[in-house]
Design a protein around this ligand. Structure first.
Ligand code: NAD
Length: 499
């Protein structure tokens, strides 16, 4: 079995801890590689080398750092197919979806090509008599990025591009289930001109995450993953005096108003609910039609669309809508939640539990499932299923639908389908969710905005990417300067003793 490495000081370095995790091809269920799980000593070594490298990188002018981003962006484009294949192999998503994963990460690399403009400070001329004030943004030092399995390219890119463009070094700890894409991106960064040691990829599990959040030389931690871990890391990193931004799980609702175009809403729900096997933090997992007629019409449109979904390995090319889920444990958990929905009285109108694919019997595939008449007390409503399962909660009025979204613990994304601008505007204004779609199912903002959920979907006060990334990855220093009056006339030209 292939043995993966860490990436330290521009080199692939074998793990020395003796601990490994298996990396699977979720489509076949085969273990295809083992990834080393770093020890505290390996982490300390990576941080020490990163701290050394950061001094020069932090003093490199922003324009030169931006040029590395330009080259990096060009290399990502050049290697798009190869990167997408790595994503698909370890994650299982289809190749077009994997390209989207790389592309949405690349878009923030493109924003980071303009980092010098974002790093300009402020200046106040004559803030007091003869006094000027100016502020500058300086890098934090060695920062950490800890990322989830579901976007093996995009989220590491969101972390590393901002951190590096601001002059930091980064310890990147990718998900141990999908480590290869981050390792390849690290190689491309070296090719793009990043000095060795500025990006260190340290593979590992909970042990090394704890090592990172307790490490005295790491002043900031950027995390993305599930809510319990996000909340844990946020609490522990903050109590260690670190800056932390920790993004968590989601339960994203789409409200469908009686005046919505039901065909368009059904198409959107199928893509947003089942794309990437529902393993997106911005997936729509709850459809909330307003009025029984809307609910009935929606189910009528949804069921045939869901039953027609094609599930298979990424190697089947364009003939597949979504692939397997990430692990056997995840498959079992999803099937268990579906069973709980049936037990608790929801109406399972499409059952994907017994899905099998010839030749891929050991793959982690789950067929698409849809529940009607779900209520907020059921486990399938309360839990983030993170699988190809759509729930429909029926409501009678817009206010009831809005209230449901508002009362949910999560607040990552939400959407409304309607033909009425006033309703849409009211929804966008009132809803307590970080990213809102209006007739748009997965409202992941473009990279020059920012990305972040509210409530239990995000801990910390700055979002990912966009202008917030430049705030998160720098600290502000403000100088108040006064110059006492000097000699402006009557200079002496004699050669005098220095007394
Ligand atoms: P996860 O929380 O299991 O793992 C995320 C990272 O934390 C990994 O690097 C993992 O090694 C580490 N980790 C796991 N258990 C840990 C522990 N006990 N202590 C310390 N570190 C630990 O998440 P996942 O399953 O990889 O990813 C899916 C989750 O991520 C979903 O909940 C999804 O909604 C969420 N997500 C959120 C966003 C967002 O921006 N809000 C984006 C993508 C994914």
């Amino acid at each position: 079995m292939k043995e993966l490495t860490h990436f330290i000081n521009g080199q692939h370095v074998k793990g020395t801890s003796g601990r490994f995790a298996e990396v699977f091809n979720p489509a076949t269920g085969e273990a295809i590689a083992k990834v080393p799980l770093a020890s505290q000593e390996e982490l300390n070594d990576a941080v020490a080398k990163a701290a050394e490298a950061q001094i020069g990188w932090g003093n490199t002018n922003p324009q030169r750092r931006a040029r590395v981003m330009m080259k990096f962006g060009a290399l990502i484009n050049e290697h798009m197919d190869e990167l997408a294949e790595l994503v698909s192999l370890e994650h299982g998503k289809t190749l077009p979806d994997a390209k989207g994963d790389v592309q949405r990460g690349l878009e923030f690399v493109e924003v980071c090509m303009g980092a010098p403009a974002m790093l300009k400070g402020e200046f106040m001329d004559n803030g007091g008599p003869g006094i000027d004030l100016y502020s500058m943004r300086q890098p934090l030092g060695v920062v950490a990025g800890i990322t989830p399995f579901n976007f093996p390219a995009m989220i590491p890119l969101w972390k590393m591009a901002g951190a590096l463009a601001c002059g930091n070094a980064m310890i990147l700890k990718p998900s141990e289930r999908v480590p290869s894409t981050a390792l390849r991106l690290a190689e491309l960064l070296i090719e793009a001109g990043l000095p060795e040691g500025v990006l260190q990829v340290v593979n590992g599990d909970k042990d090394i995450v704890d090592g990172i959040i307790d490490h005295e030389e790491i002043p900031a931690v950027a995390f993305v993953g599930s809510t319990p871990i996000a909340q844990y890391i946020y609490g522990r990193a903050c109590s260690n005096g670190k800056r932390a931004q920790c993004f968590g799980g989601a339960k994203n609702h789409m409200i469908i108003m009686p005046d919505a175009d039901i065909d368009k809403a059904a198409d959107a729900l199928v893509g947003a609910g089942f794309g990437a096997a529902g393993e997106r933090c911005m997936a729509i997992s709850v459809a909330v039609p307003v009025g029984q007629k809307t609910a009935d019409a929606l189910i009528e449109k949804l069921v045939p669309r869901i039953e027609a979904l094609k599930v298979g390995p990424y190697t089947s090319g364009d003939d597949v809508d979504y692939g397997p889920v990430i692990t056997q444990a995840s498959k079992d958990r999803i099937n268990g939640l579906i069973a709980s929905g049936v037990e608790q009285g929801a109406n399972l109108v499409v059952d994907g539990r017994n899905f099998e694919l010839q030749g891929y019997e050991n793959g982690f595939f789950v067929g698409p499932s849809m529940f009607d008449n779900v209520t907020p007390d059921m486990d399938i409503y309360k839990e983030e299923i993170f699988g190809p399962v759509l729930s429909q909660v029926r409501t009678e009025t817009y206010d009831e639908a809005l209230d449901l979204v508002m009362k949910n613990d999560y607040g990552n994304g939400t959407a409304i389908y309607t033909a009425d601008g006033d309703t849409a505007r009211d929804f966008a204004h009132r809803v307590n969710v970080g990213m809102v779609g209006i007739n748009f199912p997965i409202p992941v903002p473009l990279s020059y905005f920012t990305f972040g959920g509210w409530k239990k979907s995000g801990f910390g006060d700055l979002n990912q990417y966009g202008p917030d990334a430049f705030r998160f990855y720098t600290k502000t220093k403000t100088v108040t300067a006064r110059w006492f009056s000097g000699i402006k006339e009557g200079g002496e030209f004699n050669f005098k003793a220095m007394d």
